[in-house]
Structures are given as structure tokens and as C-alpha cells.
Design a protein around this ligand. Sequence first.
Ligand SMILES: [Zn+2]
Length: 232
Amino acid sequence: MRPLRLSTIALFALLFGAPAVSAQSAHDGASDPDDGLIRIALQAGHWRSIEAPDELARIRSNGTRGGGKEEWEVTLDIAERAAELLRARGYEVEILPATVPPGYRADLFIAIHADGFHSPSASGFSVAPPRRDATGRAAAFAEVLAGSYREATELRHRVATRRMQGYYAFNSRRYHHALDPSTVGVIIETGFLTSPLDREILLNAPDRSARGIANAVERFLPIPAVGANDSP
Ligand SMILES: [Zn+2]
């Protein structure tokens, strides 16, 4: 039975070994530009926020809540669904918790959050690039993401706040645990957890949120056709 056991192990390695190895290398922030992979980081807002380092002690919270869910449960669910869509389309995807590894690098970084308000009438989503963007491309991606998310969810597009533009993960001058300035990053508030209307999407149809995010990535950074990697 030895040959059978060996082939079972080989099959397991084939199915599960490769993704585990590449996820690890992406986690080092050591993105290898020569492997031809497009690396997408999806941050599940507030997920494992209790693990935030001292420099980010103020983010140790679960965020908002609504419909019996904490914000991190909702953002993680959307991130996982979007990751599945993107991996199926050939992207290398890493889901990040609230704490970004120091100097983190990826081709695109999307922080996924949900809003809350004291009135259930506040509704809609918003997208923001960093206030200071060294890449010069984040504003364009934010626009693509807003269009794609609106298409997929039919939620109202709200103007982003200054607070979103100053998101901690964008601020590498102030925080060690922040994106490398070469990473194109945006933040999306996917809707209000305190709005019954928005919860219809966030809790009852999260695949629509995930599709809006995945489609935006594909529009902004399409995977080159086979063979195109050979050109300089
Ligand atoms: Zn949040």
C-alpha cells in the first residue's frame, strides 16, 4: 500500500501545498516582482484587532455592529468571499487582520469596513484613497471600485470622509505597521450595519459585495494573457 500512500500525500501537496507556501512569502512583505503573480491584500476591518501593537492601541475595537453581527464578522465574511472569487480568477490573495505587517507590500490593498450610525436612515457605501498617495494610482482605483461596488450592490455612493483618507494603514510616516508607500491602497465602507436596507446586502447577500470588490480588481489590474509575461 506504500505507493498509494505516497500518491495520496503527493496529491495533498499539490492541492494544498503550493497556496500555503506562496501565502507565507506574501506575508513577509517580500513581494517577488519576477514570479508574475498579482498580489491582492484584502483587510478584514477590525478582525483580530485585540492583537494590535502598542502604536495602534486605539484600533483595539470591534468597530460597529448591527443585525446581531460585529463589524469584523461582516468584513471577514466579505473578504473571504471576494478572495475566493479572485483566487478562482488567478490572483494571489491574502486576507489581512486589523494589524498590517510592517512595510507591507502588495499590488493592491483594500481595507474592508462597514459603517454605523445612531439613526437607521443613514445608508450607502464610500471609498477613499489615502490623503497622501505616493503611487499616484489609488484615486483611480478608488473610482473603479466605487463604480463596480455600486453596480454589484445597487447601494448609494456616499462621499468619503477625511477620516477614511487618514486610515492608519496608509500612514507609514507615523506607523511601523502600515503599507509600504509603493502599495496602491484604498478603504471601502461597504454600507451601514445600522441600516436595514444596507443589511439586506451586507448580511443577506454578501456575495454581491464580494463581487463588487473582485470585479474592481479585475478591471484595474487584469491578469495578462498567457505569454504576455515574456515581454519586458
Ligand atoms: Zn470599521
